[in-house]
Ligand binder design. Structure first.
Ligand SMILES: [Zn+2]
Length: 201
């Protein structure tokens, strides 16, 4: 899932009225270059891998842990808060996420153990659908069970933004995208943004 820029106000205000130093400008340019390189390695809308259902992970081996490391690095460079394996063309049921300050985590073979009755609508972006932000209805409380990358049992209880992020990533493992979850008007707008790019590629 793409970083929610609405949550970036503090950062914007710090720098709003100041002229950026050369060093800051250089850092920002480097971060943007890294972001573009990462996005080029993430499957983009129109790629069939984004529409396929991923299979259970069976082997908790070094290959899996290397994949998790690579996905976390890509998520960071792309300035995202979540990344599913299908987005890097690997049809396995795992995703990485980092909705808060607690650091990146991986969830392998995740299943919904509990879902709260309440839901809210908020805008979401996706690293595979650049330039698109659409409102999506998500449960505000969710409990997921699965494994970590070492095969240990994991149970996570998440609320609000974090709950939204993992529901978005879980959808990716079933080939479901945010444009499938929004209303008709926003879907039409999103497709208008995405289609020309898909044709020109
Ligand atoms: Zn996404």
């Amino acid at each position: 899932m793409a970083h929610d820029h609405d949550h970036d106000h503090d950062h914007d205000h710090e720098h709003g009225d100041e002229v950026a130093t050369d060093e800051e400008a250089q850092e920002r340019a480097e971060a943007e270059a890294r972001r573009q390189l990462a996005l080029a390695q993430i499957r983009q809308y129109g790629d069939p891998a984004l529409r396929l259902k991923a299979h259970e992970v069976e082997d908790f081996d070094d290959d899996l842990r290397r994949l998790v490391e690579r996905m976390i690095a890509l998520m960071h460079d792309a300035q995202g808060v979540g990344l599913a394996a299908t987005q890097v063309g690997i049809l396995r049921r795992l995703f990485v996420y980092e909705p808060d300050e607690e650091g990146p985590r991986a969830l392998v073979n995740p299943v919904v153990a509990e879902r709260g009755d309440e839901s809210t609508s908020d805008e979401e972006g996706c690293l595979s659908l650049q330039g698109v932000r659409v409102p999506v209805d998500r449960s505000t409380h969710i409990v997921l069970e699965g494994k970590d990358e070492h095969g240990a049992d994991v149970r996570v209880e998440l609320d609000e933004y974090a709950a939204r992020v993992v529901q978005h990533e879980l959808d990716h493992l079933d080939g479901v995208l945010i444009i499938d979850r929004t209303d008709d008007e926003h879907r039409r707008e999103a497709l208008a943004t995405l289609r020309p790019r898909a044709v020109l590629r």
